[in-house]
Write a protein that binds this ligand. Structure first.
Ligand code: ADP
Length: 454
């Protein structure tokens, strides 16, 4: 059974149960009220009858005549003796065998009840009286309440009609409501199926005015499609950039290998040059693939080994090592002697090396490293006074494989992945990377990370 039918069926059955319970309550209450009123009437008439019987016994009046005189329409009076025998009967009830089913039972006290026999209602009232022969008998008045079954029949019809009048529009309403809810869901399913079949990223049309849950669901779906499409495009771009980057060293290796095959054994200078080139290109490829592997991971998947590390010491060590390797002047300044932060020291060191490496590659003057601890965050900046980056390229430098000057960067050894990796590591630390640069004057890259990790 589909959801539409399930919703309709559930709401209708639920309403039907509520109506049945309420209507039964109304019916039973009304029935009791009718029975009570009828019984009260019978009891009142019984009291007058008892009085009359008492006086007539004293005045020795004709009892049969008296009973007849007091007998209301559609009723019967019986005198029941102590041995449950009927001593006298006076009746106006005709063509009714059911009344005979009420057994004559002697009752020493006042007694009254409502009896339903074969769909007909009878009220029975009994009083003990002294009969003409001096014995105590039970005077019984039975009244046939013909109007009660009729009234209840009318009530039943009214309640059934009212139930149908409520159920039919509620059933239609249920169907309408379920359609209203399910149309957007089936639209979503259709779009998803189409996307799956055709490999597209189709969005759902959104009603801008509405802000209900279904609209929210459609928005979420569209947002998810945006993300998927974006990721897919990025992935495609990454794969094409990566293969493009790897093609160059592979071509170099291939051409040197050809040279080796042809002249390698006869010309030792070619042998040396080829081996040297193949070796350096293989190292470049190895580095490139390592960097690509890092970037292939999402920043949320970066596995951080958190520990307390002194960033001042880390910066000083990195500066010393870079100074040794490249013979460049790198100054480290800090507003505190030690700045301890909970971070993955190896990864933060990697960021520091990427920034210092860029500063070394794109400048020739001294490089400044500045550390400041302010409140709950640490700022860490690397400033160089080199070629700088133009405004239009500032936002692009974080893109994978982006290099301002392709030819020059290739010479300097950069593949355009350094800043992307740095940004990924900093984001994994819930930090930020800022870039300020002026063409021809220099660049400052600042990394900011919180002191306490959440
Ligand atoms: P690469 O490994 O090529 O340096 P990056 O992602 O680190 O890759 O940098 C991307 C590009 O941004 C570089 O190719 C370079 O053109 C530019 N760039 C990065 N840092 C600097 C800097 N300090 N000064 C000038 N240009 C820079």
């Amino acid at each position: 059974m589909n959801i539409k039918n399930r919703i309709t069926l559930f709401s209708t059955v639920w309403l039907l149960i509520i109506l049945l319970v309420t209507n039964s309550g109304i019916y039973l209450l009304f029935q009791k009220n009718l029975h009570d009123n009828a019984l009260k009437g019978t009891e009142t008439r019984m009291e007058s009858l008892t009085e009359a019987v008492k006086t007539s016994t004293e005045t020795k009046m004709n009892m049969t005549q008296l009973l007849r005189a007091y007998l209301p329409g559609d009723s019967m009076i019986r005198i029941i003796t102590g041995d449950n025998r009927v001593a006298a009967t006076s009746s106006r009830i005709t063509d009714d065998d059911s009344v005979q089913e009420i057994k004559p039972t002697y009752r020493p006290n006042q007694y009254s009840e409502v009896k339903t026999l074969n769909g007909m209602v009878y009220t029975v009232s009994q009083h003990p009286v002294i009969w003409t022969d001096g014995d105590v008998v039970s005077l019984q008045l039975i009244e046939k309440e013909s109007s009660i079954p009729n009234t209840l029949q009318i009530l039943r019809i009214v309640l059934i009609i009212a139930t149908l009048l409520i159920l039919i529009p509620s059933y239609m309403g249920g169907r309408f409501l379920s359609r209203l809810i399910l149309v957007p869901i089936s639209n979503l399913t259709k779009t998803m199926e189409e996307n799956q079949r055709r490999g597209t990223y189709k969005r759902i049309t959104i009603n801008k005015k509405s802000s209900d849950e279904l609209n929210k669901m459609a928005r979420t779906f569209n947002h998810m499609m945006d993300l998927l499409e974006n990721n897919y495009k990025k992935q495609e771009q990454f794969v094409s950039d990566a293969s493009h980057e790897l093609r160059t060293p592979l071509t170099v290796i291939e051409s040197y290998a050809k040279m080796l095959k042809r002249w390698g054994s006869s010309r030792p200078e070619i042998l040396e040059e080829a081996v040297e080139a193949i070796h350096s290109e293989s190292i470049r490829m190895k580095e490139l693939t390592q960097q690509m592997l890092i970037l292939a991971r999402d920043e949320s998947q970066v596995d951080l080994q958190l520990e307390q590390s002194d960033l001042v010491e880390m910066a000083k060590n990195a500066a010393k090592n870079m100074n040794k390797a490249y013979d460049r002047d790198i100054q480290v300044h800090s507003n505190l002697v030690e700045i301890h932060v909970e971070c993955d020291s190896l990864k933060i060191k990697q960021v520091l090396i990427i920034l210092l490496d860029n500063a070394i590659k794109y400048s020739s003057a001294a490089i400044n490293v500045e550390l400041t601890k302010q409140g709950n965050s640490v700022r860490f900046s690397v400033t160089d006074y080199g070629i700088g980056i133009t405004k239009e390229n500032l936002d692009k430098v974080y893109d994978r494989f982006f290099r301002v000057d392709q030819a020059r960067s290739r010479d300097t050894g950069g593949a355009g992945l350094g800043l992307s990796i740095a940004k990924q590591i900093v984001s994994a630390h819930q930090g930020k990377l800022y870039l300020e640069s002026e063409e021809g004057k220099g660049t400052t890259v600042t990394l900011e990370i919180p002191v306490k990790q959440s």
